[in-house]
Design a protein around this ligand. Sequence first.
Ligand SMILES: [Zn+2]
Length: 310
Amino acid sequence: MSLERVRQLPLDLPAGSAARGYISPELDVPLELPFTVVRGGQPGPRLLVTAGIHGAEYASIEAAVRLAQTSPQALSGTLLVLPIVNLPAYRTRSIYLNPIDGKNLNRCFPGEAGGSFAEQLAFWLVENAIKGSDAYIDLHGGDLNEALTPFTIFIQGDQRSRALAEVFGLPLLVSSSPSGTSITAGYRSGIPSILAEAGGNGLWPEADVGVLEHGVRQVMQHLGMLAGKPEPKPTRQLGEFAWLRSEHDGLWYPKVAAGQQVQPGQDIGHIATPFGKVLQPVTAPIAGIVLFAVTSLAINVGDPLYGIGA
Ligand SMILES: [Zn+2]
């Protein structure tokens, strides 16, 4: 199959065909983002799958790469996959931020046409890929410096997003409307949207890649895009999502791991100077499960330490 170089996503393909290649969005900084459009032989909804909004969350990127291999013959509707949205961050293995404007792309939605690089890229994604879709799945995971237990965030109070999260089948669900994120932009565009997370620490083991790929396929079955019935596993819903952050530059000594249950007031780590003086004892603010845990010894003021779901 030949690869295309396009300036507009070819969403109006003939039925039963696929297009793969590189899209150059009209941004101040030139980019060539890999894309795949698969148009099924039968009519159906359009699903958008993105990954690499954080460029070093590899299990999610690899899951999107595999999903892009979906055959048009097996599909009803249209599957649009953008597996490495934040290409500059991917290339530089940058955590959280992209190297061009130093911003976290997943805090820049819905973006701005005349904004900085990340704001322009967010705006482009909303206008060209999110709008017009019938459902949106944004794949993430723990960053290079984070361990994570798989969970799915759905938009708080939105039953359609919740239904997608349940059918995706990760064991933990978080109800939230995180501001500046891809899925909040999706929801505000009228599209049921979920953010599914698995993997971390720069690793992409088969289990984490597989769980994300399987989850998207279950959603596609739920939407009538693939044959078969989804078989979601039991899920546990968490409400509050507490983020703990570092108040100092220093060394980080975590005491609990992703997936572990914690109690309010529990000693879960500390930040120290290179000479062993404790700068910040860290205790769990709520009872809950550790969804992600920063594992790097290096820590900077303002960095996340843990995400705890109550
Ligand atoms: Zn992420």
